[in-house]
Design a binder for this molecule. Structure first.
Ligand SMILES: Cc1ncc(COP(=O)(O)O)c(C=O)c1O
Length: 452
């Protein structure tokens, strides 16, 4: 009798299938057993708690010290209403040096009108990435305006200044490349360099001899090289050595990127930035970057350069492609601010005049202004963090708002009060602010010494 075939299978096939199924059953059992084993795992509670992160522990220590010294937190103060040369906090009016509205345009009625018009036409959001459905006329109008200001082929605006740097550097450079950046470069530039996977070399501030030495040593080990600097250093108020950087870029075959967050609107006769200041062609720099949150009273960042660069970023930069388009009303606000800057050159002149006045005043009062050159940012160098925080507190009590910049914003021992100067400050306001500062700094030092 021939062997009965169930479902037409031979005995051998049946046996092999049975073996497989049994094996699978064992596997399934093993898988099912996993949750039981997971339950037995001993979990360290600190690994699932944010409060055990070292950064949080450090914050707690700082808060405890501040409480002991009876210091209120100088950060996250809520300004009520428009903050220009004056600001109101908790109903009290302060002489304000804490905002970077350099040309005094925030709140300008022409900008408000442009915003209203844009909201009526386009609503409050672009509602999608520009790549998909978020493109609106104000985007291109702003980009064309900025490209025209720079005299370059094209420009692209991102929703955040910080993201502009991270995304652009990360998109353009990779592990075979190297990035040489000024040690005082903004966090977003350094993070972009890290994200790119390129090798990183920090050179001492504005030190072209040191940068050249680094390039001589390392240039040939890498494919593409990017040199990175700020135009006007935001913490120090000093200007980059653009001619020196251009010379090195040419000698070693590099790209050059300049972050103009603090130099656009503040440097040069037209306020057109650091190339305007030095009278150099903007074509000498490969990547112009700037923010829209300072001189241009909006929010976001831009890259200006060749149309190839812009097209590349438009389709490849993650912070542009995978992020919503800038709110059209903000693009309109910044475009209007840009137009006003160009049509009212007195604002740039007034800002520069005020900044020079502030620098001379501070120096004549014996205050240490570090490397400031008298353009929009005037630091008063105080050294230790405690003196700096105490000085800011005493100034606030005297009705002057200026923020203390301490570690990790700047190196340990390099704490400073950072004064942002605006075209709206009057000579009297500047005189009062720096005279008061000169009186308060020795008191802050004395107090800090008591706590040391
Ligand atoms: C030099 C520099 N680059 C980039 C940024 C980031 O710009 P945003 O604050 O507009 O995101 C800042 C912010 O202040 C900055 O100072």
């Amino acid at each position: 009798m021939t062997e009965r075939k169930s479902f037409g299978l031979t005995a051998e096939l049946k046996a092999s299938l049975l073996a497989k199924m049994q094996g699978q059953a064992k596997d399934n059992k093993a898988q099912n057993a996993q949750p039981e084993r997971a339950l037995e795992r001993v979990i360290d509670p600190s690994l699932v708690s944010f409060s055990s992160l070292p950064a949080y522990t450090q914050l707690e220590v700082q808060k405890a010290v501040a409480k002991k010294l009876n210091l209120t937190d100088p950060y996250y103060q809520c300004h009520e209403g428009l903050s220009q040369n004056l600001a109101v906090i908790n109903g009290q009016t302060y002489l304000n040096f804490s905002c970077y509205d350099y040309l005094g345009l925030n709140g300008d009625q022409r900008i408000a009108a442009a915003i209203n018009l844009a909201v009526q036409k386009y609503g409050s959001s672009a509602s999608a990435s520009r790549l998909t459905a978020g493109e609106r006329p104000p985007h291109r109008a702003l980009e064309e305006g900025l490209a025209h200001l720079y005299g370059v082929e094209d420009c692209l605006c991102f929703v955040s200044g910080h993201a502009t740097n991270v995304s652009t550097i990360e998109c353009l450079f990779g592990p075979q490349d190297a990035i040489f950046y000024d040690v005082r470069s903004h966090n977003s530039l350094v993070l972009g360099a890290k994200a790119s996977g390129a090798a990183r070399f920090a050179y001492p501030n504005n030190d072209m001899v040191a940068l050249r030495r680094l390039l001589l040593e390392h240039r040939d080990s890498f494919k593409r090289i990017l040199l990175v600097t700020e135009g006007l250093f935001g913490m120090d108020g000093c200007i980059c050595d653009l001619p020196g950087l251009i010379a090195l870029k040419k000698e070693f075959g590099c790209f050059l990127m300049v972050d103009e967050a603090h130099s656009i609107g503040t440097l040069g006769a037209r306020g057109a930035g650091v190339a305007d200041y030095f009278g150099l062609s903007t074509k000498e720099v490969d990547i112009w970057m700037g923010t829209l949150s300072k001189t241009f009273c909006g929010c976001g960042g831009y890259i200006a350069g060749t149309s190839v660069l812009i097209e590349l970023l438009k389709y490849e930069a993650p912070g542009f492609v995978y992020s919503v388009g800038m709110a059209p009303m903000l693009a309109s606000a910044s475009k209007t601010a840009l137009d006003i800057m160009c049509s009212e050159p007195w604002r740039v002149q007034k800002l520069q005049e005020n900044s020079q006045t502030a620098l001379k005043l501070a120096q004549s009062l014996g205050l240490d202004t570090g490397q400031a050159q008298g353009y929009a940012v005037i630091p008063i160098m105080l050294g230790d963090s405690l003196t700096c925080v105490l000085a800011a507190k005493l100034l606030r009590e005297a009705g002057i708002l200026v923020l203390p910049i301490i570690y990790p914003g700047v190196e340990e021992g390099k704490a400073r009060l950072r004064f942002f100067i605006s075209a709206l400050h009057t000579k009297e306001q500047l005189t009062h602010a720096f005279e008061t500062t000169a009186q308060i700094v020795p008191k802050a030092r004395q107090l800090a010494a008591q706590f040391a």
